[in-house]
Ligand binder design. Sequence first.
Ligand SMILES: O=C(O)[C@H]1O[C@H](OP(=O)(O)OP(=O)(O)OC[C@H]2O[C@@H](n3ccc(=O)[nH]c3=O)[C@H](O)[C@@H]2O)[C@H](O)[C@@H](O)[C@H]1O
Length: 440
Amino acid sequence: MPPLVVAEQQDLLPSTPGKFKTDHHLHLRLHRHHRQLRRCFASTSATFLWALFLIALTASYLSFQGLLSSGNRLLAASWGGIQWEKQVRVSAQPRRPAGLSVLVTGAAGFVGTHVSLALRKRGDGVVGLDNFTPYYDPSLKRSRASLLRVQKVFVVDGDVNDARLLTKLFDVVAFTHVMHLAAQAGVRYAIENPHSYVHSNVAGLVALLEASKSANPQPAFVWASSSSVYGLNDKSPFSESDRTDRPASLYAATKKAGEEITHAYNHIYGLSITGLRFFTVYGPWGRPDMAYFSFTQNILQGKPITIYRGKNRVDLARDFTYIDDIVKGCLASLDTADKSTGSAGKKRGPAQYRIFNLGNTSPVTVPEMVSMLEGHLGVKARRREVQMPGNGDVPFTHANISSARLELGYKPTTDLRTGLKRFVKWYLSYYGYNRGKSVH
Ligand SMILES: O=C(O)[C@H]1O[C@H](OP(=O)(O)OP(=O)(O)OC[C@H]2O[C@@H](n3ccc(=O)[nH]c3=O)[C@H](O)[C@@H]2O)[C@H](O)[C@@H](O)[C@H]1O
């Protein structure tokens, strides 16, 4: 309130309590006061109108901006729309009686591509999801996605952390199964980029479980854990019942966390869960960050390769497992998974919870693996042996696969020499003899 008005109003009050001024004097003062009040009111309402006008202007500007940015978001979004929904629906449609309808995350990844192709080949419906992270050469992922496109597998370009996208996918398709293979892979990269592991392997997993448990019907959930959960376990071969509470890397820790998280969803919501502990999977269309792949590239380019050695110069060893064997294990897991018991976020009874090792059961040392590569490539490697850096590696892995054999009929058939031969053949056809792309 302007000071003048306040003063005038104060004038209206008895100057001396209990004593009133004359009527005439009061009348004059009232008249003056009303005039001033009217003037003041007129100028206040003008100000008010101006303010209203400015607010309206700002509001319309802001909503225009909002419209623009949501328009941009819509333009930038690579999913949504009638055409998109149709592609998702068609891709998810099985082409055999009682076929599955599977959402494969990480579909443009190494294992994801092979699993998607195998499912499609036998007549199951497949929808892929991949965010094409540049952790390694995304053009390799795009090439894998092209393979899938040729086989009529639609790959959605999106992140498992995108809850709206997941809800949409489950609205459009009643997936019978989720094959969750999207992850931040690599044991040693966690030193450089720890948060990417939490983002993909923990937050992304939870987002997908949330969408799965809310879906009606709930899908059965099969996902990739890792042999790395055995961490510092030195009891060999590794059995599912062995200790897994001493991870040696953040990667391993996030995979172990995934096993606990999936258990909670199984317990609370009745989701059927199968976790697969993969043992160093290799083969055609593999991951360029893995040793066998980057060694091949370096050997062909005449560059030295670094071979890690354990304590007391002991060779490191891995239970290298060929991709086709892993794919069989994945499909068998989907086929033998019980249905989830809940629906739309409500549990109706206890549900299946399984964990399996998928390995090869015959570890090979890293120097031996290099010798096999040398044989297939016809080129000698320039070996540089160094002490294993303390960045998450474990000295050896060795899978006990009795459970998977019993319950999945899993039986690996490809030894490392044979599998590497197929890898080298693919590598040379893809990159050419003396070339190679940068690994990351
Ligand atoms: O089973 C798993 O759960 C994991 O398997 C894989 O990890 P690893 O078994 O560590 O494979 P990979 O990096 O190929 O190293 C192989 C060997 O070469 C040694 N190695 C590696 C690099 C190098 O420059 N020199 C070297 O000697 C190295 O010390 C090791 O002894 C997946 O990457 C991972 O995502 C996860 O799925």
